[in-house]
Design a protein around this ligand. Sequence first.
Ligand SMILES: Cc1cc2nc3c(=O)[nH]c(=O)nc-3n(C[C@H](O)[C@H](O)[C@H](O)COP(=O)(O)OP(=O)(O)OC[C@H]3O[C@@H](n4cnc5c(N)ncnc54)[C@H](O)[C@@H]3O)c2cc1C
Length: 482
Amino acid sequence: MTAATVPPAPPGGQTTYDIAVIGAGVVGAAIARELAGYQVTVALVEARSDVGDGTSKANTAILHTGYDAKPGTLESRLVRRGHQLLGDYAARTGIPVERTGALLVAWTQEELDALPGLKAKAEQNGYDRCQIIGASQVYQELPHLGVGALGALTVPDESIICTWTVPLALATDACLRGTELLLNARVEGADVKDDATVLHTTAGEVRARYVINAAGLGCDTVDRLFGYERFTVTPRRGELLVFDKQARPLVNRIVLPVPTKLGKGVLVSPTIYGNVMLGPTAEDLPDKTATGTSETGFEFLLRKGEKLIPDLLCEEVTASYAGLRAAINRDDYLIDADHDLRYLLVAGIRSTGLTSAMAVAEHVRDLLTKAGLDLTPRGQLPDPPQMPNIGENFTRPYQDAARIAADHAYGRVVCFCERVTAGEIRDAYRSPIPPRDLNGLRRRTRAINGRCQGFYCGAEVLALAGSRGDLTPLGLATQKTR
Ligand SMILES: Cc1cc2nc3c(=O)[nH]c(=O)nc-3n(C[C@H](O)[C@H](O)[C@H](O)COP(=O)(O)OP(=O)(O)OC[C@H]3O[C@@H](n4cnc5c(N)ncnc54)[C@H](O)[C@@H]3O)c2cc1C
């Protein structure tokens, strides 16, 4: 596998990739993985120092069925297909998923009247497992729900998933299949020549015959480098609150609001790490870096949470975060190939891209084939990676006696809130795409992600991180000694 941090040598004897994918979020990583399954050379070019460090790290982490998509759109088709593909891929790679199901709760007569239409819409989207249930059944299923629910639509296959592991697994898989991962390489210019396009990046030049723009919030800027002026990305901020693990028994499934013209609204959901999450807000901003949270958002969400699950407010908020949806001025994905420029745009993957990414990748593959790119499958592909399963509902290393007996590092808890062991931190640094900073380590292990947010464990985690996971500075044996 190759996981370079700098592009190959500058022109004159340098590599020309068949395909360069710009952006190593969940979408770009899925595309690189898919294309690397064929006899082509692929570079995955990322501005940041890690994969999955943009919008893909901060969302509501739901594996959507697509029940509520706009029927007939590309998004509807790709979310539905992506639900299947990612569900299967998660089972093969150890990406944590919990099949919690969802209830879309009606609080007013108008919302109750909307449920049959939403059920019919789900069926138009190819999803026929929704049922309408009455208030008494709603309270049987969600005993802690606030008063006033009139009924609900069930969506049994909405699930929660680890949004951090998905891009990491896809990018690791892409690298195992031969993709070159080029980090810290922001694309700032593009020269389309007859035989190849030269991408000017902050880390040097990258040459490729075909270029795929999967730059998320940066899609419009990159699109302009290819001479287009067709859309603008408006960052739509979504703020979320995370409640302490004590709150988890209050919420056993995803609780959705009835969508309005203004958006999908605020949901409450269990998280894959054993917490409860409330959000997101929806606020259009001019700044593509505005991932901070606000006091207004905090107050707004608490008011919503109080109505949904009043007991939630008795529990502590342990973290808040915000993600930016890459909204464009149309109601569907914008995936378009320019055969002359050998350039393909993947834009408008706004609020469903975690789910749809693998299906988007298939769609991109098909468009490239139509554009005349010869995609011959590789004979033998490596097995997909086995990812550390960091979900709370699965056996964690600290709980696994046999694993601890074989390697004492898994018995040494370093982050007590999240029960992360020294062995897991070491493994993260030895993995094909190791973390570059503490947040990268958090996304791979859950270290410093608990209620203390690193207050108690930070120093020790930092010491391990500083030694890149090598446990010897702390005097730990990495293997059992007899
Ligand atoms: C609040 C919120 C809730 C959401 N909830 C869900 C959900 O529950 N389920 C679901 O399926 N989806 C959800 N989504 C949507 C999902 O998170 C996104 O659709 C998905 O993460 C988009 O992935 P991406 O790869 O397109 O973008 P990103 O993850 O942003 O990746 C794009 C990458 O491109 C890089 N880049 C940008 N410009 C350049 C450049 N010039 N050169 C090189 N690299 C560049 C960036 O650094 C970034 O890493 C939600 C989104 C938000 C914000």
